[in-house]
Design a protein around this ligand. Structure first.
Ligand SMILES: Nc1ncnc2c1ncn2[C@@H]1O[C@H](COP(=O)(O)OP(=O)(O)O)[C@@H](O)[C@H]1O
Ligand SMILES: [Mg+2]
Length: 151
């Protein structure tokens, strides 16, 4: 984002559970999911900053938290204080090619691919909580042991 907007700045708050076990996954694919969700979060926060709707003191903030959810799963939460989404947008975000971004800035494939990677490929879950104008949170769960999850 800084390539397009040299003034862009974001605070990233991390609350990582350092005692989590290793999770069995295709890490290149799951990394793409995290990258896409964090990119979307930065975009939404930057859009809000330039919307004219927030005071100059508004600071784009992304929070990332991990924890052990239960015997089977770990959970990753990625939250932003960006634009949020109205229900009409939220309902479509996992559809291929759905984007609200201008041509050249979005393909609309990030979240549909993310859904396939987390849900189909890794037998996890991908959910979204959003409040229009306030922000958005993506909640990912991943089974620690893929073999147990597919058995
Ligand atoms: N953190 C977010 N805050 C607000 N809107 C979001 C957020 N993440 C995704 N969206 C919405 O979901 C749409 C689809 O996202 P995605 O599949 O990654 O495609 P793209 O980023 O190419 O538009 C975005 O265009 C945007 O409307
Ligand atoms: Mg995207």
């Amino acid at each position: 984002l800084r390539a397009q907007d040299s003034s862009f700045n974001v605070t990233i708050e991390k609350e990582m559970d350092r005692s989590l076990p290793d999770v069995m996954m295709v890490s290149q694919d799951v990394s793409r999911v995290f990258l896409n969700i964090v990119n979307n979060a930065c975009y939404a926060a930057n859009k809000k900053k330039h919307s004219g709707q927030v005071p100059d003191t508004y600071m784009p903030t992304i929070s990332v938290a991990t924890r052990r959810l239960n015997d089977r799963d770990v959970e990753v939460r990625i939250k932003d204080n960006g634009t949020g989404m109205p229900e009409s947008v939220r309902a479509k975000i996992f559809e291929p090619f759905f984007t609200t971004k201008p041509t050249g800035e979005g393909t609309g494939l990030g979240l549909s691919l993310s859904y396939d990677i987390i849900v189909q490929q890794h037998h996890g879950t991908l959910e979204v909580n959003t409040v229009d104008g306030e922000g958005t949170e993506f909640v990912i769960t991943l089974p620690i042991n893929q073999e147990a999850a597919t058995a």
